[in-house]
Design a protein around this ligand. Structure first.
Ligand SMILES: [Zn+2]
Length: 421
């Protein structure tokens, strides 16, 4: 249907009827997070009685809510506070201001609706308000865009537009966007946290690091309309965000190091590490590892090109976009760095084999040389054995601080002696 709007006057009595019949949807998505003060409410009632011009209200004949055979059923897009004030006045909860002048010989000071003369009550109920009715050619996104232009002087940005897509994805996103970690992040004020959550959740559902584009996110919202706060991906994301909230809670001020790329990457790293490692209780170590990584990366940027470490330079380059290659590169480097830094981090279950990341870290930390002081032979990564310093069978944990490089012969000798003892 074509977009169309018409001006239609409604009497206060008509509006009262529609409110009582539940025909006006005071949709919370248009709430701007403020409620009128008593003085503002009193002023509106006084203005109406004096016949002053009151700004137009906007209703939307929203096909999402109205049954086709019911006329006069609308979303209240703009004018909620005014309607609630009028309703409050009719119900005796709002009164006229104590400074109100007399009107037609009648004292109005602090009067409630029921205190007015019958004539004035009748006059009030017959007053008309100008309503602009937007037809069902307007979709939710048009309406929100229109009011964003009115209120902010700017069109909606991509995350705000996604907020008007159908289904539950947006609700799940908005809920997670309240996580305390976002108070510490440097994000855009308008929808920045929700945008970050949408991107994190998008990767979680995908199952591996993927490129993030506006059309892909939009499709994700549409393909996952039935998602709930109990969905495994949502729980996984929530757990990672809560972990980050605890890790970075030292102050409530935003930390300039927690930029968008950093929070996207850290959330994925925490979510993935949660699967293999008993990450809980390592909040401080996790945060410190990230801050150390950032300090080294930023120091590296200051060096002459010839002296720069290529890994850090490439991570810096990969902070400039969210393509698959960029997102994967910074994820890999940050995860490996963090795993390497937290030497005491144990595997989740008492699992005997070191993970690939742990093996890489053990090899790197051991310099690729057999740790047996009588041997000290260089070994290839593909050949080396990641050995438990205190043997697993004697209660040695599968964590970095209990891992060392051994060559195959030394490892065989060691396991034979452990079995003999
Ligand atoms: Zn050896």
């Amino acid at each position: 249907m074509k977009k169309d709007k018409k001006n239609q006057p409604f009497t206060i009595s008509n509006l009262k009827f529609l409110i009582e019949k539940g025909r006006l949807n005071f949709n919370p998505r248009y709430q701007r997070g403020f409620v009128w003060k008593a003085s503002q409410k009193e002023l509106l009632i006084d203005s109406l009685i004096l016949g002053y011009d009151v700004p137009k209200l906007y209703f939307h004949d929203n096909p999402e809510y109205s049954a086709p055979d019911i006329d006069f059923q609308y979303d209240v897009v703009d004018g909620q506070q005014r309607l609630r004030t009028i309703q409050g006045f009719l119900e005796g909860e709002v009164k006229l201001p104590k400074e109100a002048d007399d009107y037609k010989g009648e004292v109005l000071k602090s009067k409630k609706f029921d205190d007015l003369s019958d004539d004035l009550q009748m006059e009030f109920l017959n007053m008309t308000l100008d309503i602009v009715i937007l037809n069902d050619g307007y979709v939710q996104e048009d309406i929100e865009d229109m009011f964003s232009r009115f209120n902010n002087g700017e069109p909606l940005n991509a995350p705000e537009k996604r907020n008007s897509l159908p289904g539950n994805f947006k609700n799940v996103v908005n809920d997670l966007a309240n996580s305390s970690i976002f108070l510490r992040c440097i994000l855009s004020k308008r929808g920045g946290a929700a945008d970050a959550v949408a991107k994190i959740l998008h990767v979680r559902i995908n199952g591996s690091i993927t490129g993030i584009s506006a059309p892909a996110l939009r499709k994700r919202y549409l393909d996952n309309q039935g998602i709930t706060d109990k969905s495994p991906f949502v729980l996984e994301t929530k757990r990672a965000l809560n972990f980050l909230g605890r890790a970075f809670k030292a102050s409530n001020n935003p930390d300039p190091r927690l930029k968008k790329w950093a929070i996207l990457t850290l959330a994925e790293v925490a979510a993935e590490m949660n699967k293999d490692y008993a990450l809980k209780d390592f909040e401080a170590e996790f945060a410190n590892a990230f801050l150390k990584f950032e300090a080294e990366r930023i120091a590296n940027n200051e060096l002459d090109d010839s002296e720069q470490d290529s890994t850090y330079s490439e991570v810096t380059n990969a902070t400039r976009g969210d393509s698959q290659a960029f997102a994967q590169f910074r994820f890999d480097k940050l995860r490996d760095f963090i795993i390497r830094e937290i030497e005491e981090l144990p595997l989740k279950d008492s699992q005997r084999a070191f993970t690939l990341e742990q093996r890489q870290a053990i090899y790197h930390l051991g310099g690729g040389v057999c740790a047996n002081s009588n041997c000290q032979k260089e070994v290839e990564f593909s050949e080396f054995h990641a050995d438990h310093v205190l043997p697993f069978v004697k209660g040695g944990e599968t964590k970095l601080s209990n891992g060392q490089v051994l060559c195959a012969p030394c490892n065989l000798k060691k396991s034979a002696s452990v079995q003999d003892s």
